[in-house]
Design a binder for this molecule. Structure first.
Ligand SMILES: [Zn+2]
Ligand SMILES: [Zn+2]
Length: 119
């Protein structure tokens, strides 16, 4: 099996290619682009400003919020929504505490309920 390892240092990228089977060596190099793309997508660090830019403004719950009236709760932390807490809506229309979903997006970037991509 041929193997490709990508290492990221402060300002450089190192790609280690182990070739044990030289019969399909020509297949390895066209794949490097794809592998790097996947690597960077997976390792892309999401910042607060990316989340705000992509998902727009977040709101506080007030006593007239439907979620407060319906005694809804956050599906990440299982705590009720309370007045003055911040709420964040995803594009799929699922919503959570801002603090819970922001932390989640940085790790997983998929909606905890429907698994749609968050940003
Ligand atoms: Zn929560
Ligand atoms: Zn969702």
């Amino acid at each position: 099996m041929n193997n490709i390892i990508v290492r990221e240092n402060n300002n450089s990228i190192e790609i280690e290619v182990t070739i044990l089977d030289s019969t399909n060596i020509s297949n390895i190099f066209p794949n490097i682009n794809q592998i790097l793309e996947k690597y960077f997508l997976k390792n892309k660090k999401i910042k607060d400003k990316d989340i705000n830019k992509c998902l727009g403004k977040y709101k506080r719950f007030d006593k007239k919020s439907n979620e407060i009236i319906n005694k809804d709760y956050c599906k990440i932390c299982y705590q009720d929504f309370n007045i003055k807490e911040y709420k964040r809506n995803l594009k799929c229309n699922h919503f959570f505490h801002k603090k819970c979903i922001d932390k989640w997006i940085k790790i997983k970037n998929t909606c905890p309920i429907c698994r749609d991509k968050c940003i």
